[in-house]
Design a protein around this ligand. Structure first.
Ligand code: NAD
Length: 511
């Protein structure tokens, strides 16, 4: 396919089967080219892209704010700072993480050398949602590329940012050739999955996660699923009120609450409940709700009508069943989108939908608790398990709670902070998905490990090769018995006593 054709194809809305096949043909050719490059060479290319990304930051923010509706500081922090930090980490750590590893060789395999190679997977498929359109796309594509993969990337149809990524990747011909951006909806994504990518990296809703897993299972395509969350914040009564209110409010409303790890449930210990919610109400009402701003708005617009509808449904349902609106609760039409006023709810009835379903909007339900055990049980009583925050001066208690929570990440006395550290893995448990992105584990997720063992080319025969004899069988039994001895000196002695005659017997020809 010519570049012009690809350009045209990318500008159309959906890909058909044949076009999807062509995209993967190109991706597989790119993957073959990439196999000839070293990690150091790829890091060199990433540096060019990082520089271009930094130079283009204002243009990137303009596009993100326009298509997503978020306020400018949200775009700066998540979609600019996040990828820059992450790319810096890849540049400094990738070579070390992807280097060949020496592995120990047990005594019974004496004389051999063991190694692990971390090899690229090939042509992979990346599918992302609309909430952090640049953060997700830059971090994932660059991680996959550094690991040596070609990537077919399908962004969300709600925030495609057409042409933007291509302009960033233009800084490196190798990266431009290795990452193809393909536009379209779920239909396009399904055609791409039918091309049997080496692995699928999906971030998005549970509903779509199920569909992708079902389709991928037909071909046994491995996949990583980063799905939704229902993240709790647990606030004990010994906290600094001002700082914790500020942190919790940000954690609930950042990106207009449209973050997989934003706080969806706030648990406050009885002793400070009244003071806490009074301050929370005051701070929440002070938030500046606007977008198309210059960095002076706190909370932007909702991105999509369907998401606004979910927030409205959760609010109406909870209020109908008896919840009280502490502040917010209104949907207002703005010049550049729909604005859901940051909303705090109290007195939540047990049967409210928002207790269990992901809301993904600026709606914060507050609950009270008495004891540590009680709040752990409540926080774990959800099908989701993405992340959580625990707030307390007592760090031992906070650590106990962090360990007891069935989630992939916990920030203590902070919120949504683990994903801000590229060294840490990120990913969920339970219905929040599986696999890890970020950190060494995330980078290695884009590789296949290959085990290598090297023996000498000599005339020596192995004891487990033919011929099998009664004597060999008896000596092998002795060797096995020696292997389960836990006293190290006795173990070596018994292995030698069985192993040396076994070695010598193995060299004898068949009688
Ligand atoms: P979504 O599942 O509707 O869409 C995500 C992507 O999947 C889009 O690119 C879409 O086109 C594609 N898609 C749709 N149908 C498909 C199909 N049948 N096969 C393959 N791909 C298909 O999600 P969304 O509304 O864009 O995003 C919001 C969701 O994403 C929330 O649930 C949120 O919690 C989750 N999310 C999770 C993380 C995380 O890291 N765990 C991060 C951000 C968002």
């Amino acid at each position: 396919m010519t570049q012009a054709n690809i350009q045209n194809l990318h500008q159309s809305d959906e890909l058909n089967e044949a076009q999807a096949a062509e995209v993967f043909e190109r991706a597989r050719a790119a993957a073959r080219d990439l196999r000839k490059t070293t990690v150091a060479e790829r890091v060199g290319e990433l540096k060019k892209v990082l520089h271009r990304f930094y130079e283009m930051r204002e243009e990137i923010m303009d596009r993100v704010c326009e298509e997503n509706g978020k306020c400018r500081t949200d775009a700066l922090v998540a979609d600019i700072m996040g990828p820059l930090d992450f790319m810096e980490w890849l540049i400094s750590d990738a070579e070390k993480i992807l280097a060949d590893e020496k592995a120990p060789t047990p005594l019974a395999l004496m004389g051999k050398k063991s190694k692990i190679y971390h090899e690229p997977l090939g042509a992979c498929l990346l599918i992302t949602p609309w909430n952090y359109p640049v953060n997700n796309s830059m971090i994932f594509t660059m991680t996959g590329f550094i690991a040596g993969n070609a990537i077919v990337f399908k962004p969300s149809e709600h925030t495609p940012l057409k042409g933007l990524l291509e302009k960033i990747f233009d800084a490196s011909p190798l990266i431009k050739n290795s990452v193809q951006v393909v536009y379209g909806s779920g239909t396009t994504a399904q055609h791409l999955i039918d091309q049997r990518p080496a692995k699928i990296f999906f971030t998005g809703s549970n509903r779509t996660g199920h569909k992708i897993m079902e389709q991928a299972s037909k071909y046994l395509i491995p996949l990583e699923l980063e799905l939704g969350g229902k993240d709790p914040a647990i606030v004990f009564d010994d906290v600094d009120l001002k700082r914790t209110v500020a942190g919790v409010l940000w954690g609930a409303m950042t990106n207009t609450g449209q973050s997989c790890t934003s706080i969806e449930k706030l648990y406050i210990q009885y002793g400070i409940y009244e003071d806490f919610i009074a301050q929370l109400k005051a701070e929440c009402e002070a938030l500046v709700v606007n977008n198309a701003d210059r960095g002076d708005a706190d909370v932007g617009a909702m991105t999509a009508r369907f998401q606004t509808d979910i927030v409205q449904r959760h609010l109406d349902d909870a209020v109908d069943k008896g919840a009280k609106v502490l502040c917010g609760g209104d949907l207002i039409d703005g010049k550049d989108g729909k604005f859901f006023l940051p909303t705090v709810l109290t007195d939540i009835p047990d049967d409210a939908a928002l207790n269990h379903e992901e809301t993904f909007g600026p709606l914060l339900p507050v609950y009270r608790f008495n004891t540590e055990d009680e709040v752990i049980d409540k926080a774990n009583d959800t099908e989701f398990g993405l992340s959580a925050s625990v707030w307390s001066k007592d760090l031992e208690r906070a650590d106990r709670v962090a360990r007891a929570l069935e989630v992939g990440a916990v920030s203590i006395n902070n919120v949504m902070l683990t994903e801000g550290n590229p060294h840490l893995p990120f990913g969920g448990r339970k219905s929040s998905g599986f696999g890890r992105v970020h950190g060494p584990e995330g980078l290695l997720g884009w590789t296949a490990s290959k085990a290598i063992i090297v023996d000498k080319q000599s005339d020596k025969l192995e004891a487990n090769w033919y011929p099998f004899t009664i004597k060999k069988y008896t000596l092998l039994q002795k060797l096995i018995s020696a292997a389960v001895i836990h006293n190290p000196i006795l173990k070596i002695l018994r292995i030698a006593l069985a192993g040396l005659p076994l070695e010598s017997h193995a060299q004898k020809p068949r009688d």
